[in-house]
Structure formats: C-alpha cells, structure tokens
Design a binder for this molecule. Sequence first.
Ligand code: MLT
Ligand code: MN
Ligand code: ZN
Length: 291
Amino acid sequence: MRVRVLGTAAGGGLPQWNCGCESCCRAAELGTQRTQDCLAISGDGTSWYLVNASPDLRTQLLATPELRPEPGTRRTPVEGVLLTSAELDHTLGLVTLREAGRLTIHATAAVHRALRQAFPITEVIGNYTTVRSEEIAGGQVLAGGIAVELVGVGDKRPRYASGLPGADWVVAYRFTDAASGRSLVYAPCLPAWNEAFERIIDGADIVLLDGTFHTEDELTRSSGSDRPARSMGHLPIRAALPEIARHPGTRFLFTHLNNTNPLAHPDAPEHAELRAAGAAIAEERQLLVLE
Ligand code: MLT
Ligand code: MN
Ligand code: ZN
C-alpha cells in the first residue's frame, strides 16, 4: 500500500490569501507553502483513491506523477474519493473532478445528505460526469486490495449544514493493505481521543492525525477569538502527545495544520516536543510505503 500526502494544511492553506499574520508572511517570504489536507492511497500502485478532495486538488494532482493518465490516454488512475467530512476544505475539490469520465464518492449518509441538500455539489457535477454516491459503513475492499474500516469521531456539522440531521458527520478511516496486512489510520479531524478511536488505531503502523492546533488557546492568543481548539472539533497536538506515548509501535504524523500552528514551519523549536514523543509533522507530498 502506498499513501501520498497531497496536502497538510487546514482550510485556507498556508499562507492564507487574506492573512498578513507573522506566520503567513513568513511562509510567503520563504515559499513554505502548505496546501489543504488531502491524501491519495493505492494498494497496487495502479488504482488510486483520493481521501478528501481539497480546494487545491488540481495543483496536487499535477504534482503527483502516479496520478497522471498514461500517455496517449484520458484514463485517470483515480478510481474514486472517500470523504472524512463534508467540510468545504475536504469537498471543494469535487468541482475539479467533474472532468472525470465517472466519479464514485464514498461517504457517510450525513455527508452525502449535505452534498445533496445544503451544498448540492453532487447534483451540480452530475451535469458534467456520472456520479455514484456510495454510503460507506466499513468492511469494504477497494480496487487494488485495501480494506476500509471507519469510526465516527464527531458530530460537528459544517457551518453551511448546521440545520441538517445525522450523527456520522466526521469519521476516521483505517486502511489495511490486503497483501501485507499493514495499516494506516487517517483522522484529520479528531475532537477527542476516546475509546472508539483507541480501538481503530490499535496496532496500526501509521496514524495521520489532526494537527490543526498545537495548543488549546492558540487561536485565542493569535486572533482574540473566543474559540478554544476542542470547541472547534480539533484536539490540540499537545493534548494528543501523552496518548501517543502509549503507542510506541505506531508512527504518528500530524496533518491539517492551521496557519496559527507554529509547527507548520520546519524550524520551529516546538518540533523538539514532537520528536521526544516519537511523532512528526507530515510533509507536503510525503510518500508512505506500507509493504
Ligand atoms: C474544520 O476543519 O474545522 C473546518 O474545515 C473549518 C472550516 O474551514 O470551516
Ligand atoms: Mn478543516
Ligand atoms: Zn495568517
């Protein structure tokens, strides 16, 4: 199984187009860009699935040779998309995929409902391509031999869908390579480290984890916002580190970094804290091989 980390930033990316904070200015000056959180995953190196569809998807696809069509064809290696939520930073890239010959979207019932009703992107792109909306409940095996399990990790709705019913709004996936038995968990939004999450990461080789904020009061300090990290559905990295210490056999990489997170910058002194815990920040275009 191969996993290509297509993007590692939270909504808006780094730098944000409308932000002149110290972090965004530094990123712009040094050219340290982070595109919005998204993965590509393949069991056989031929059939690929996107996990989330970021607003930066076109740039991310073009930067990834294994996702290009074979010369002389229009046959994309992208077989479908799995979504962890209906948030705009995880779904706007579906617009880019309208040019596909067909598009299968795997998501929970609540997420599909949001994409039909509050943000009717499925219907809109259905005018350009053949869309299949598949409800994902775990137990599926994707083309190329990846078994999928999932766990609900939150009921935070996107702001645009605040009136819609449903419980399974945010999920974490566990992908297991049928050939090697090795597995990766992807949880870009994790409000709390509970028992269900503990079960889904048990024995996993790699966990790609919510790294939106380094500390609980990061946004409060940087922008005067009164919203602590957890109230926004994101367990801060500092609170995850003691949990990580209990899983010495698993490699933890943080993704979905907000522009306020000092760890978005490679030279931040805060990286020492992560190294001591055996964790790291996921890099743009990082390739993870589980064979
Ligand atoms: C989130 O990760 O909490 C959302 O994507 C926030 C947003 O951009 O609306
Ligand atoms: Mn987000
Ligand atoms: Zn900024």
